[in-house]
Design a protein around this ligand. Structure first.
Ligand code: ADP
Length: 399
C-alpha cells in the first residue's frame, strides 16, 4: 500500500510517499510560501535524476495539496497512475493535549479534539487541520490517520508533568508539561531495543533528539517517563533560537526594564535566544562551531551551555529512572555533530558512559558509538518521523 505522509506548517508543507509495509520511500517533496504569490513546489522521485519544480501561486493548503496530488500523478515525475493507488494519508499533528495517547483514524470527533487543542498549539494545529480538510475535499473517503507529537509522552506520571503553579490553572486551562518530538523519541527507542536485542520493556533509555529544536526523553519499560519540553516546545534544553529552562522571574524583570509586552517576550524567548542569542552568530550549530574554532568566546560559551544542559538532563533522567541502559543520539546535530556528542559524553564515567572516539567518528548511521567496556551503551540512530507516521497509518487502516 502506498501511504502519503503530510506535515503541514502554516506556510509550508512537507510530504513523502512510502510503500508499506516494505517501508520503501518512493518520493518526497516540499511546498513553500503557501499563501504568498511566489509559492513553490519541489518534488523528488527517488531514483530520478532531476527534481520537478513548480512555481505557481498557492493561496491556501487545498491548492497546495492539489498540486502535490497532481505531481504524484504526473506521467513523468509521478509515482501513481490514479489516486486509488494511495491507500491512506498520515498527518503529523503537533498538539494532542491530554486527549490522545496514540495515533488515531481521523473522524469528526478526532478533528474536534485537534481543534480544541488549538490554544495549546496556536501556530501548528490550525495548519494541521487545514491539511486534513484539504485531503477530505480532494480525496473524499480516503482513510486518514492523525499522529501526534505529544502522544508518546502521555504516559508521564503526574509528578513529572505537573507544574507547581496554583492547581486551578491545570484544571481551567490544562497548563502542564506535554512534551514534543514524541514520534521521533518513539521511533528511535524502538530501534534501540532492536539494536540491543532486548525487549523495550526491559530497558531504561534516554533519547536525545538534538536538532534546531531539541528535547530529551526518559523512556522506562517502553514508555515515556519524563521529557524536557513542556506546555510548549520552549522548555528544557538550550536550542537554536529558544532559551529553554530559565528562572521564570527573569522575564517580568526584563520586560519591565525594556517595556516589553508578553507577546514580545514570547518572541524573544522563542526566536532570539538560545545558541543564536548567546553567540550572536547564528542558530545553526555548524556556524557557531566554526566561529568558536576561530576564537569567538561567545560562540564557545553558547556551545558549552548547550552541552552543559544536555548533561544536566541525562543526569536527572538517570536518577529519575534509577539507572540507564542506553543513550540515543538523533536528529540533525545528534546524528552529525560528533564534537558535540563527544563533549556531552565527556566525564560521564561515573555513570558508566564511555564513548569510543573512533566509533564516534561517524555521521547519520545506525551504530553503537560507545566502547565495549562502556556499561551504558551509546547509540547513534537516525530518526525517521515520516516512516513512523507511515507505520502507524498502515497499522491503523489495515487493522
Ligand atoms: P529541525 O528539524 O529542528 O529543524 P534538524 O534535526 O534538521 O532540525 O537539525 C538541524 C541542526 O543540526 C542545525 O543546527 C545544524 O547545524 C545541525 N547539524 C546538521 N549537520 C551538522 C553537522 N555536520 N555538524 C554539526 N551540526 C550539524
Amino acid at each position: 500500500m502506498k501511504v502519503l505522509v503530510i506535515n503541514c506548517g502554516s506556510s509550508s508543507l512537507k510530504y513523502q510517499v512510502l510503500d508499506m509495509p516494505s517501508e520503501q520511500l518512493i518520493c518526497k517533496g516540499l511546498v513553500e510560501k503557501i499563501g504568498l504569490k511566489d509559492s513553490m513546489l519541489t518534488h523528488t522521485k527517488i531514483g530520478a535524476d532531476e527534481k520537478f519544480v513548480l512555481q505557481s501561486p498557492m493561496p491556501d493548503h487545498t491548492t497546495a495539496i492539489g498540486h502535490v496530488l497532481d505531481a504524484l500523478l504526473d506521467p513523468e515525475h509521478g509515482v501513481a497512475k490514479s489516486l486509488y493507488e494511495i491507500g491512506a494519508v498520515g498527518h503529523r499533528i503537533l498538539h494532542g493535549g491530554d486527549k490522545f495517547t496514540a495515533s488515531c483514524l481521523v473522524d469528526e470527533k478526532c478533528k474536534e479534539a485537534i481543534r480544541s487543542c488549538i490554544p495549546l498549539g496556536p501556530l501548528h494545529n490550525p495548519a494541521n487541520l487545514m491539511g486534513i480538510e484539504a485531503c477530505e475535499k480532494l480525496m473524499p473517503g480516503k482513510p486518514q490517520v492523525a499522529v501526534f507529537d505529544t502522544a508518546f509522552h502521555q504516559t508521564m506520571p503526574p509528578e513529572a508533568f505537573m507544574y507547581a503553579l496554583p492547581y486551578e490553572y491545570y484544571e481551567k486551562y490544562a497548563v502542564r508539561k506535554y512534551g514534543f518530538h514524541g514520534t521521533s523519541h518513539r521511533f528511535v527507542s524502538a530501534k534501540a531495543a532492536e539494536m540491543l536485542g532486548k525487549d523495550i520493556k526491559d530497558l531504561k533509555l534516554i533519547s536525545c533528539h538534538l536538532g534546531n529544536g531539541a528535547s530529551l526523553a526518559a523512556i522506562k519499560d517502553g514508555k515515556c517517563f519524563d521529557t524536557s519540553m513542556g506546555l510548549t516546545p520552549l522548555e528544557g534544553l538550550v536550542m537554536g533560537t529558544r532559551c529553554g529552562d530559565i528562572d521564570p522571574a527573569a522575564i517580568p524583570f526584563i520586560a519591565e526594564k525594556e517595556g516589553m509586552s508578553f507577546k514580545e517576550a514570547d518572541t524573544m524567548m522563542n526566536k532570539k535566544s538560545g545558541i543564536l542569542g548567546v553567540s550572536g552568530v547564528s542558530s545553526d550549530f555548524r556556524d557557531v562551531e566554526a566561529a568558536a574554532n576561530e576564537g569567538n568566546a561567545r560562540a564557545q560559551l553558547a556551545l558549552d551551555m548547550f552541552v552543559h544542559r544536555v548533561k544536566h538532563y541525562i543526569g536527572a533522567y538517570a536518577a529519575e529512572m534509577n539507572g540507564v541502559d542506553a543513550i540515543i543520539f538523533t536528529a540533525g546535530l545528534g546524528e552529525n555533530g560528533k564534537t558535540t556528542r563527544a563533549a556531552i559524553c565527556k566525564d560521564m564515567d561515573y555513570l558508566g558512559i564511555e564513548l569510543d572516539p573512533e566509533r564516534n567518528d561517524v555521521r547519520g548511521k545506525e551504530t553503537v558509538i560507545s566502547s565495549d567496556a562502556s556499561r551504558v551503551k551509546v547509540l547513534l540512530i537516525p530518526t525517521n518521523e515520516e516512516l513512523m507516521i507511515a507505520m502507524d497509518t498502515y497499522d491503523i487502516v489495515t487493522k
